[in-house]
Design a protein around this ligand. Structure first.
Ligand SMILES: [Zn+2]
Length: 324
């Protein structure tokens, strides 16, 4: 069963000071985050500790346990075989890193903590938000991402109610702390990805199977836009021009091609909901040396993930289901 995908849907807000609840559109929340709006109940602005935040909508379908176990959930990862059964986080460490971490015993304890972490799944929107954030934060720029559709075991026990986003500052949740014995998944209010939605923290055992496709899909681009963007980029010089009046050591010179590529990405971003624009612009940023055709195809396909989810859902529908 699929949930209706809507990146632009209104969010439920809750003021921590006066308890007022209301629905807001994303533009209001954007103005609010910049100090341009006040709580309609008490007039508090966003700088206050008790300031209003997104909360779970009472009409949220994932509040129903039966719905949670039958609907499709999503996850993005750079691991094509997520969630790995014999996951050994220490396998990639060099001898030098192991030594720096304090030797084999320390490394083993660290690896055990890594394995004790909960997995996270959420709405399709949350999975896309997560991927854009990871690419923007640079660590995963250039990595191949995969989108997973996750099917839970029908018998899995859902923890009652929902938790406030339990992630620590690096986004980690210890499974045992959120899913006591006998409980397979815990709902939590997500503040970071698809804010205001319910995501799930869970162990691998709660998952029956996954389907996977590489994202962005390799052929899901708008041919007209790609042709025009690539022609314009090829016509623009790729020789860096120092910014007028500023010494090159302060401002890295950019070529007209790079400047144009960034303008093209910003124009596409303008079609998206306001809470995705910055992430999209920086994810799609044209870099010196990028190939115009390749960049245009990838950027158009990235937009398609948000603007036309039916394409990727249909590709997922054809993907083989892997038992977990
Ligand atoms: Zn208030």
């Amino acid at each position: 069963m699929e949930r209706w995908i809507d990146f632009s849907r209104d969010r439920r807000m809750l003021c921590g000071a006066c308890g007022h609840q209301w629905r807001s559109d994303l533009d209001w929340i954007d103005r609010w985050e910049q100090g341009g709006e006040k709580c309609p109940g008490c007039g508090l602005t966003c700088e206050h500790e008790d300031a209003p935040r997104v909360t779970v909508d009472p009409d949220e379908p994932a509040l129903d346990d039966d719905w949670v176990v039958t609907v499709s959930w999503y996850h993005t990862s750079t691991q094509p075989d997520w969630p790995r059964r014999d996951f050994d986080p220490a396998a990639v460490l060099t001898a030098e890193t192991r030594m720096r971490m304090g030797g084999d015993e320390r490394v083993a304890a660290w690896a055990a903590r890594q394995r004790a972490k909960a997995l996270h799944i959420g709405t399709y929107e949350a999975a896309v938000h997560n991927m854009l954030r990871r690419i923007r934060d640079q660590a995963d720029r250039g990595s191949q991402f995969y989108l997973f559709r996750v099917h839970l075991r029908p018998s899995v026990v859902v923890r009652e109610g929902w938790l406030v986003d339990p992630s620590d500052f690096v986004g980690d949740v210890v499974l045992d702390e959120v899913c006591p014995p006998g409980v397979g998944v815990a709902r939590y209010l997500d503040y970071h990805e698809d804010p205001g939605g319910l995501s799930l923290a869970l162990g691998r055992e709660a998952i029956a199977g996954v389907q996977q496709v590489p994202v962005p899909l390799p052929d899901a681009w708008d041919a007209d836009w790609v042709r025009e963007a690539a022609l314009a980029l090829e016509a623009a010089s790729d020789a860096p021009v120092p910014a007028a009046g500023k010494p090159a050591r302060f401002v890295r010179p950019a070529s007209p091609r790079v400047v144009l590529g960034r303008e093209l990405a910003a124009a596409l971003a303008g079609r998206l909901p306001v809470n995705l624009r910055d992430q999209f612009t920086s994810t799609a940023a044209f870099a010196e040396g990028d190939g115009p055709v390749r960049w245009a195809r990838r950027t158009s396909a990235l937009l398609d993930l948000i603007g036309n989810p039916t394409g990727v859902l249909s590709a997922l529908g054809k993907a083989e289901q892997r038992q977990v």
